[in-house]
Write a protein that binds this ligand. Structure first.
Ligand SMILES: CC(C)(COP(=O)(O)OP(=O)(O)OC[C@H]1O[C@@H](n2cnc3c(N)ncnc32)[C@H](O)[C@@H]1OP(=O)(O)O)[C@@H](O)C(=O)NCCC(=O)NCCS
Length: 141
């Protein structure tokens, strides 16, 4: 069978499925709006999702996930690259898996806009994990 991969805004049904995975993976579920999201549909099945949050002072990549059965096949990297293709200048993210994002051209930064600082503070206080949170920045070449 020829494989098909489509990236687009989710429909209502897909968005409901995305919300379930967001809870399952403990991802950022703050004020989720369908228009912020893109889904990757692999042979007509939801495989991955991610969102771009456009703040006044920065664009943030967040809520990125690959459904369990699709992990470790390069889909996560493809999903992030696809989200970045609509970023004009630069984007930030807060993560506990910096190694994954280093492969995608992000670099760890110590200075960042206020909205990203707020997100980092929220992660540290509300989503406590043993691994430290890093802020990373991607810049369009
Ligand atoms: C993290 C996640 C998005 C990665 O997606 P994926 O499709 O499994 O990853 P890919 O197959 O595209 O991985 C590509 C590379 O990243 C590496 N990688 C994948 N997951 C990683 C992780 N958790 N930590 C560090 N590196 C990772 C892989 O080893 C691979 O490197 P290689 O090509 O040198 O072998 C996915 O595992 C996931 O959804 N996890 C649960 C939710 C989550 O943690 N989201 C991220 C929040 S910031």
């Amino acid at each position: 069978m020829k494989e098909t991969i489509v990236v687009r805004e989710p429909n209502d049904k897909e968005f409901e499925e995305v919300k379930k995975w967001v809870e399952k993976f403990w991802l950022d579920n703050d004020n989720m709006q369908k228009e912020q999201f893109r889904v990757m549909i692999y042979n007509n099945e939801l495989a991955a999702f991610g969102r771009l949050r456009i703040n006044d002072d920065a664009t943030e990549l967040c809520t990125i996930g690959v459904l369990t059965k699709f992990q470790k096949k390069g889909i996560g990297m493809a999903m992030v690259r696809s989200l970045l293709s609509s970023v004009e200048k630069e984007a930030y993210l807060v993560t506990v898996i910096p190694k994954f994002f280093l492969k995608l051209g992000f670099e760890a930064v110590k200075q960042y806009p206020k909205s990203i600082q707020k997100k980092r503070d929220l992660c540290v206080t509300q989503y406590h994990v043993d691994t430290p949170y890093e802020v990373m920045k991607w810049t369009q070449n």
